[in-house]
Ligand binder design. Structure first.
Ligand code: IVH
Length: 672
């Protein structure tokens, strides 16, 4: 009989690990530190080893976490992409070697190759005759997301291989990562723009790879190291792993330079200790050292444990930097979009060589889940991550004086009641004119990708706000040269230039204005989709959430945020003022009037003879229609091409109109 307590614990572990996997893989927003995750995972493994009856077929120990995100096309890997087992001590490494020796005795003396474990996101690059054909994320190991267009923007990934000797068809695996400097800059910008910072470079890299717009990926300046070749058709001359790395370098890939071949485990353990000391000063995040059995024939002999991990490689992980200190207070930051983000105010403590006084607490759910109270002693870690975070309280040190934290029900900057939107973990200040977000908000409004007002940076804006000349972005359009020249550091030429630059921004297109307004979830791509679809601000502000949600690439969460923004009376006021100052409220080249397909919802399925799916979608939207990804009773028309599948069946079932491309083109009329 298995005690009920054990059953409950296993069920709870499934739930916790599943939740952590989803947070990590689907939302790029981990809720647990690696150390916490490992602890849960190993506890579940231990219980399953002791009570094999409890190992369910869908146990998280049986598969690599993560389900492919839905907005990107899927890619089936030609061979499964595996994860790695962890070794937390030298003893763990020796035990691994002993287990391997039972299956392949030669492995003990055949040498190991050590590599830095890069803290990024795994990618699989398919090359046919030396040319990159597909690039994908790992996903669940069997099926990932096709992100070829995004990967092609990464300079470290060769599009055509140099040299010779590649298998006619092969997969090259590697890690896409952020350089620490680029990551730091990205997070600074995010915080300035009111978005939560990424917890670590790995999640930032995963997020950057899954952008819908390749230009957005390119702008993140991702890097890539390659470390594995999987021949599918043809063979590889290299007989050892260190030769594989040299070959990858010759073909034009970047290979992490700290790799080393060690004759045996003794030498490997010594070199690992040296590498451990070097990891923190590398220009990218590194979270361990990977030990690989060097000869490829022995790798083959050792094989894999299911589709989860190879026997021939293991990751040696190190304990994270941990410090214990007092949580003095929980502060709340107001971001540009109004997000109210809690952070820990800490008694200064040294962590990994620097003194820290604050740490992220992510959002109020995390505070509640970890039960962190003001006055607690807390454990703070930094593990290959730039931003320190609170692991949790030391409950045994409580004396009863600790106070649970109550999230603010009003914005700390302007006092407006905070709001919570369904399915969101943050509370928001809904006031677009909130002084807590004014400076950052106007900096964003004036920034290059938004209204592009040259000469209006943060310092100037601070000066204008302090002088009381502006209170919101709308006030910019009333500034005069006379007002400006009275301020410090404004000569008459720079004053006229600024007034001219502000005036010129009036004619920026609607998409840019929408982006500049700082509406939650409305980045550049979404702003463009909204502007293209509706054509005018007037049509957008009166559209209902369903109509907004039906736009390709938008969906219900974004639609709700857009609707909520326009419903807020102070937003309406802001918009009216901007209009009265003569700002453009249309998207050039788009019809402001309802088009031929106005009000109709289309679903595209199968391969169309001449139009790509995205071209078809753009043309339908230009004609006033909308495109949705699934067929329902609300679908007006399904456009079916070659090899159309379940969507076509569903359309037949529901009696939805079905047409082909020729008919679609006829209804669209001649292109604009
Ligand atoms: S080898 C079958 N080598 O770590 C062997 N992985 O925790 C597969 N990683 O999925 C991996 N640096 O994304 C290998 N030098 C390295 C690595 C590395 C980072 C990642 C990789 C893997 C994950 C497992």
């Amino acid at each position: 009989m298995i005690p009920a307590l054990i059953r409950d614990e296993v069920a709870a572990l499934h739930e916790q690990i599943g939740r952590a996997n989803r947070a990590y893989y689907e939302f790029d927003a981990p809720e647990l530190s690696d150390a916490e995750y490992d602890l849960l995972f190993r506890r579940l493994q231990a219980l399953e080893a002791k009570y094999p009856e409890l190992q369910a077929a869908d146990s998280p120990t049986r598969r690599v976490g993560g389900v492919p995100a839905t907005h990107l096309p899927k890619h089936v890997h030609l061979r499964p992409m595996l994860s790695l087992a962890n070794a937390f001590s030298d003893e763990d490494l020796v035990a691994w070697e002993q287990r391997n020796a039972k299956l392949a005795p030669a492995a003990r003396t055949a040498g190991y190759t050590l590599e830095v474990k890069i803290d990024g996101t795994a990618v699989c690059l398919t090359y046919a005759r030396g040319a990159l054909v597909t690039g994908a994320t790992r996903g669940n190991g069997a099926v990932g997301e096709n992100v070829t267009a995004n990967l092609r923007t990464i300079d470290d990934i060769p599009l055509e291989l140099r040299g010779t000797g590649w298998p006619a068809l092969m997969e090259v695996r590697g890690e896409v990562y952020f350089a620490i400097e680029a990551f730091r800059k990205l997070n600074l910008r995010r915080v300035r723009e009111g978005e939560p910072p990424f917890a670590n470079p790995r999640n930032a890299a995963a997020g950057a790879l899954r952008q819908l717009d390749p230009a957005a990926t390119r702008s993140r300046r991702l890097r890539c190291f390659a470390f594995q070749v999987v021949p599918i058709d043809g063979t590889l001359a290299a007989t050892t792993h260190h030769e594989v790395l040299a070959t990858l370098g010759q073909w034009g890939f970047q290979v992490e330079p700290h790799h080393a071949r060690c004759p045996d485990m003794g030498a490997a353990i010594q070199r690992i200790a040296e590498l451990e000391a070097e990891l923190p000063s590398l220009p990218f995040g590194a979270d361990g050292v990977v030990v690989k059995v060097d000869p490829r024939n022995l790798q083959e002999a050792l094989g894999n444990i299911g589709d989860r991990e190879p026997r021939w490689a293991i990751a040696r992980k190190f304990a994270p930097d941990v410090a214990v200190t007092r949580l003095l207070d929980i502060g709340v930051n107001v971001g540009r979009t109004g997000a109210l983000a809690p952070y820990a105010v800490l008694e200064p403590v040294e962590l990994g060589g620097v003194t820290i006084t604050s740490a992220t607490l992510h959002n109020e759910e995390v505070v509640a889940q970890k039960d962190v109270r003001v006055g607690d002693w807390v454990e703070v870690i930094r593990a290959g991550e730039v931003i320190p975070k609170v692991v949790g309280p030391l409950r045994e040190r409580r004396d009863g004086s600790e106070a649970p934290w109550i999230p603010p029900d009003r914005c700390p900057a302007c006092g407006t009641p905070a709001v919570r939107y369904p399915d969101e973990v943050m509370r928001y200040c809904p006031n677009p004119l909130c002084p807590g977000r004014t400076l950052e908000g106007i900096v964003h409004f004036a920034s290059r990708d938004a209204m592009d007002i040259r000469g209006l940076g943060e310092e100037r804006l601070r000066q204008l706000l302090e002088a009381g000349l502006i209170h919101s972005m709308a006030d910019l359009y009333q500034l005069t040269v006379d007002q400006l020249v009275k301020l410090d550091r404004f000569a008459s030429q720079s004053a006229s230039q600024l007034v001219a630059a502000i005036a010129a921004s009036r004619s920026r297109p609607l998409s840019v204005l929408l982006y500049g307004l700082g509406i939650r979830h409305v980045g550049k791509t979404v702003a463009q989709a909204l502007a293209r679809h509706f054509g005018s601000l007037d049509r957008l502000r009166h559209a209902d959430a369903d109509a907004i949600a039906a736009i390709n690439g938008v969906g219900p969460t974004i639609a709700a945020a857009v609707r909520a923004w326009f419903d807020e009376p102070r937003s309406a006021m802001l918009i009216d003022t901007l209009i009265s100052h003569g700002l453009t409220t249309v998207e050039p080249g788009e019809r402001a009037e309802p088009g031929a397909l106005s009000g109709k919802t289309f679903v595209l399925t199968g391969t169309l003879p001449t139009l790509s799916r995205s071209d078809a979608a753009v043309r339908i939207e230009r004609a006033g229609g909308s495109v949705s990804s699934s067929v329902s009773r609300r679908t007006s028309t399904v456009v079916a091409g070659e090899a159309a599948g379940t969507k076509l069946d569903k359309a037949r079932q529901l009696g939805v109109e079905i047409i082909d491309e020729a008919e679609l083109l006829r209804r669209l009329g001649p292109p604009a």
